[in-house]
Design a protein around this ligand. Structure first.
Ligand code: ATP
Ligand code: MG
Length: 450
């Protein structure tokens, strides 16, 4: 972190320089406001320590010019007792804070540390934002999806709560991110909370955080997902799996914008946009009493329903191409092509697991098919059609590189064939449509034995 020190007294400049450099900060020093403004135009700083009383243009004028040029730059004002009101004015205009002379070195260092932490956090949000953008790209061009995307754009502009519904694997998480990314909050965190994925006893502390000593094992304070999402968006995923007691607390967050950390009694104010998602029928759950009626109405301000993949077949081709490209990159391999008959097979298929299933099928094909072209026969075993033809079940896909995964799969596959057919090589070769010598070589290569 680089800090610019602006003071006309050489003693103060030198003292500040020494203690800041001792802490590992890089510093530069100037004696006038004019010099400060000019050097800020040429070099990047993370913080400025600025004296109020300066020869030439004074501290407040210098601050205004700096702030005008680089509004993001944090400026800490320092002033003698008689100039305090000027320093306070600067803070009102956007300066980071002010300190009174004689300077407390601890306060200077604390300010520097806080600014550094803020920077680190900001950088992390930007990095997360870029990563999330790649991960959450939503593909689709069918009329049904275009309608959903139009709705997304409309609700994104507002701050209202959204309930996203759709079968498992239809892309609810992606749509939630799309809403965040198109909203005013796009540069703030997008945080996901899934109560179904967490042991019941930890749900509250994950969501609301806890104070030190709140329960055995809570050896330090921890911020919950809600606080991590402050000023941003929180996705309450699988909301249908949330306990009634947690539902009540969420309702309070919605109504009052407040909550307490587990084991704490300080009421915390929060500004978070809530998006909920579920594949469950919440109306039925309300009827049964397992979901709060009032929460349902609060969340269901704007319902967004994502149609199942079989209701929007126009997207199958586009998605398949997208995933072929995606996995070719991921596995660092040549991109494969689906032959027309293979594509037709996919277009005819029902996809009970929706886009997730299509994505998984393409991933498996990219791993298992050795040719550049994918045929109908390559695909059939992976569809939930005739159970007896399925070779996909029962095999684990282990390994990190494409080669490892393929070898692991081949080992499991051939071992199973051999065991089931009592090592009758010619019979197995016939069944698999392989040349017998090739099969024998494969068995040797993989080191299989009875
Ligand atoms: N339109 C799409 N474009 C690209 N990828 C998609 C699309 N829809 C879904 N996916 C991918 O499919 C998988 C499932 O999507 P997602 O997790 O959003 O589904 P979901 O509706 O939340 O399912 P569940 O109810 O099971 O949580 C993810 O890997 C996602 O990247
Ligand atoms: Mg989901």
């Amino acid at each position: 972190m680089k800090i610019l020190i602006v003071d006309d007294e050489i003693n103060i400049r030198m003292t500040l320089k020494d203690i800041l450099e001792d802490e590992g900060y890089e510093t530069m020093m100037v004696g006038t406001g004019e010099k400060a403004v000019s050097i800020i135009g040429k070099e990047n700083f993370d913080m400025v320590i600025l004296d109020v009383k300066l020869p030439g243009i004074d501290g407040i004028e210098t601050f205004k010019q700096i702030h005008n040029k680089t509004p993001e730059l944090d400026v800490l004002m320092i002033s003698g007792h008689s100039d305090i009101s000027t320093a306070v004015n600067a803070v009102k205009l956007g300066a980071y804070d002010f300190l009174e002379k004689p300077l407390s070195m601890i306060k200077i260092l604390t300010a520097a540390r806080n600014i550094q932490e803020k920077k680190t956090l900001q950088n992390k949000v930007i990095q997360d934002e870029n990563e999330q953008y790649e991960k959450y790209k939503f593909i689709g061009n069918s009329p049904q999806i275009n309608e959903v995307l139009q709705l997304v754009e409309k609700v994104a502009a507002t701050d209202s709560k959204v309930l996203i519904r759709g079968e498992s694997g239809t892309g609810k998480e992606l749509i939630a991110y799309a809403i965040h990314h198109n909203s005013q909050r796009k540069h703030k965190p997008f945080i996901k909370f899934n109560s179904a994925a967490i042991p019941e006893s930890l749900v509250e502390s994950e969501l609301f955080g806890h104070e030190k000593g709140a329960f055995t094992g809570a050896d330090s304070q921890k911020l919950g997902k809600l606080e991590q999402a402050n000023h941003g968006t929180l996705l309450l995923d699988e909301i249908g799996d949330m306990d009634l007691s947690v539902q009540a607390k969420i309702l309070r967050v919605i109504q009052e914008g407040t909550f307490e950390r587990v084991g704490g009694n300080k009421t915390i104010n929060i500004d978070v946009r809530l998006i909920a998602a579920t594949h469950k029928n919440l109306e039925n759950m309300v009827g049964e009493g397992s979901f709060r009626n009032d929460l349902f109405y609060r969340l269901n301000v704007v319902p967004v329903v994502i149609p199942s993949l079989s209701e929007r077949r126009d997207d199958i081709e586009l998605l398949s191409e997208h995933f072929l490209e995606y996995y070719a990159k991921e596995f660092n391999a040549q991109q494969k092509t689906l032959l027309p008959t293979a594509m037709e097979t996919l277009l005819d298929y029902s996809f009970p697991g929706n886009v997730r299933e299509l994505k998984n099928i393409v991933e498996r094909l990219c791993i298992l098919v050795t040719n550049d072209f994918i045929t109908k026969d390559d695909i059939l075993p992976h569809l939930m059609l005739q159970k007896n033809k399925q070779v996909s079940t029962g095999f684990s896909i282990d390994g990190t590189t494409f080669k490892e995964i393929r070898t692991n799969f081949e080992r499991q596959f051939f071992q199973k064939q051999l065991d089931e057919n009592h090592w009758n090589i010619s019979e197995i070769a016939k069944q698999l449509g392989m040349q017998q010598p090739n099969l024998s070589r494969k068995i040797k290569e993989l080191g299989l034995s009875k």
